[in-house]
Design a protein around this ligand. Structure first.
Ligand code: GCB
Length: 599
């Protein structure tokens, strides 16, 4: 289930707030079973938030290994006769939940929710100690991958191969949920539009608990924004049709909702209910275009990060809504959830407001050629039994399954990005990626797939692009190459884009381009790092296959603090980290608003 909402038959208690907090004394969790004792309140950490920048101690900021979050929770007495579920929005990158001394669930992967049924462990009315152990280690087997270096004195250092700080902790809400024993476990909807755009179809599939299945009666109603039921049916699966359909359109969202109710017996009182927003729209790759509702769509927007001062990657509704307001002000119609899945609130908001989302897995940094390539050094193969191996791929498959399972119903999501900048010019990348593309298509035959390509895997070198529908290019002409030479950059970019176009005939999205800019730095002339150093967009306009431009990045963001090519983070933001516009914002805004008016 994408989320566990409160409604007439379900209750949710938020466990967000201040939790007691401690670093584990040893990398081995069992050496320090902190969940068996009450943690002192010497250190307290907010949930949701990364813990790294909350405290002043460097050892906390740079900690590698386990930490503990703990609080006490009382189970409402009124929840007897129901199931009690603990839901953790995200524990980055691995979480283990304990209720008093009892271990209840473990989850790998830092950007996905997970839950556990604790009904049999706790009695209604009882107060218990809830401990969540969170681990931030990245190894060759995790997604994203990383390596841990151990110094002679035993100090451990996390090496990451991606360009953002390894923020850690409980990044999203923790909730205690009361769910009926007979309940709906999943709803899937797939929409289509027929009859020259006049009729919408909503294919639905409802899954329920075993208990409910043996005696089930599912009723569904599709309700429009005015609250009128436009179609209804009985049964756990079927197809609803909507005449005079109002389509979900980019920039003009219309949301129906599917109200699912479960009647486990002849009693006319529902045992459970669940509502899922339904935006009726189609997405298709047609030749060199991406069509939404049968019309070519041109993406304007950004690659983003969940990254904020002080709270790191902790979800923040105020920052989120403000970011959306800035996107709108800019004339941006879309963004990419680089480089991991975001809090579901991002997708709910995009659904509601018609923002188009390219949804990415956490597979970033699978590229040993990047740094080595820059320095012309030899490197190990990225995809091999010692690096990204079959075990990594299994974990990557798991991350993909979880992502599609969570986000399948969101109309805003128009494409899945399987990885960011993998070393796709290496021979073995194909063996690694082919099964992932097969799986993505099996899990969701309705949306195109892509991966964000890095420069070294140019059109002639890349080994996997034929497995994907869209060419997504991360290119830094004028920055990493043709540095300070904007006219050389323009020629280089055009030549490369024309090569991709000629060789593959697929739509191309510029998923990254941009330049580091220090807010306030100005010169006369084109000097890198200044606000005056602006790239041209003429090339995109000259190439028919380019169907989108996502600037890197929406805002400045934090990066590993021991990397000298970054000064207090990556400064390619069009906004500063505290969301103040740099000069590029005005240039882009003008272009994107003009583009909007042209369409
Ligand atoms: C990239 C990466 C992104 C980096 C960016 C940069 O290609 O995908 O994560 O932050 O380059 O600024 O170097």
């Amino acid at each position: 289930m994408a989320d566990l909402p409160a409604n007439a038959l379900r209750e949710v208690v938020s466990l967000d707030g201040i939790w007691n907090f401690a670093l584990a004394a040893s990398p081995n969790l069992n050496d320090d079973p902190a969940w068996t004792r009450t943690l002192p309140s010497t250190l307290q950490a907010p949930v949701p938030a990364s813990y790294n920048d909350i405290f002043t101690e460097r050892e906390i900021q740079k900690h590698v290994g386990w930490v503990f979050y703990q609080r006490s929770v009382t189970l409402p007495f009124s929840w007897r006769d129901n199931l009690v579920i603990i839901r953790v929005g995200a524990a980055t990158h691995r979480g283990r939940v304990y209720v008093n001394d009892t271990f209840v669930v473990e989850h790998h992967g830092g950007y996905m929710p997970f839950e556990a049924d604790i009904t049999s462990i706790i009695q209604p009315g009882e107060t218990f100690r809830l401990t969540i152990a969170v681990n931030n280690e990245l190894t060759w087997e995790t997604v994203p991958p990383g390596e841990i270096e151990v110094a002679a004195d035993g100090t451990r250092k996390q090496i990451v191969r991606h360009d953002f700080f390894n923020y850690s902790g409980l990044h999203r809400s923790v909730q205690l949920c009361c769910v009926p024993k007979n309940h709906i476990t999943d709803v899937r909807v797939v929409t289509d539009v027929i009859n020259s755009g006049k009729t919408g179809t909503v294919e639905y599939q409802v899954t329920t608990t075993q208990l409910a299945r043996s005696n089930n009666r599912v009723k569904v109603a599709l309700v429009d924004e005015a609250g009128s039921t436009v179609a209804e049916a009985m049964g756990a699966q079927g197809t609803l049709t909507v005449d005079s359909v109002q389509l979900w359109q980019p920039g003009a969202a219309y949301l129906y909702h599917l109200h699912v109710r479960l009647f486990p017996s002849a009693v006319p009182i529902a045992a459970d209910e669940y509502k899922v927003n339904v935006g009726i729209r189609t997405v298709k790759v047609v030749g060199r275009q991406i069509h939404i509702n049968e019309k070519p769509f041109y993406f304007t927007g950004f690659g983003k990060h969940e990254d904020y001062p002080v709270r790191g990657k902790g979800h923040d509704a105020a920052f989120m809504v403000h970011d959306y307001q800035l996107l709108k002000w800019m004339g941006a119609n879309s963004f990419r959830t680089s480089h991991y899945p975001y809090d579901e609130a991002w997708l709910d908001y995009a659904d509601r407001h018609g923002v188009v989302v390219i949804n990415e897995t956490p597979a970033v940094g699978m590229n040993l050629a990047i740094m080595a390539g820059w320095h012309g050094k030899a490197h190990k193969p990225t995809f091999s039994p010692d690096t990204c191996s079959d075990v990594t791929r299994k974990n990557h498959e798991h991350a993909l399954r979880e992502l599609i399972q969570r986000d399948k119903n969101h109309p805003c999501v128009v494409m899945w990005v399987i990885a960011n900048e993998p070393s796709s010019h290496e021979e073995t990348s194909r063996q690694y990626f082919e099964p992932l593309t097969v799986l993505a298509r099996e899990l969701d035959p309705t949306r195109p797939i892509g991966y964000a390509n890095e420069k070294q895997a140019g059109p002639k070198e890349d080994k996997i692009i034929d497995l994907f529908d869209v060419i997504c290019l991360n290119r830094y002409y004028g920055w990493y190459i043709f540095t300070g030479d904007l006219s050389g950059a323009e020629k280089g970019l055009e030549a490369e884009l024309r090569e991709w176009e000629a060789m593959y005939g697929k739509p191309i999205i510029m998923t990254e381009y941009g330049a580091d800019t220090l807010a306030g730095l100005h010169t006369v002339g084109d000097v890198p790092w200044t606000e005056d150093y602006q790239m041209t967009h003429r090339v995109f306009d000259r190439i028919g296959s380019v169907v989108g431009e996502h600037v890197w990045n929406f805002a400045d963001f934090q990066t590993p603090t021991d990397f000298i090519l970054r000064i207090d983070g990556n400064k390619k933001g069009v906004f500063t980290r505290d969301r103040k516009p740099k000069a590029a914002a005005r240039t882009l805004r003008k272009r994107w608003l003009d583009l909007q008016n042209r369409l």
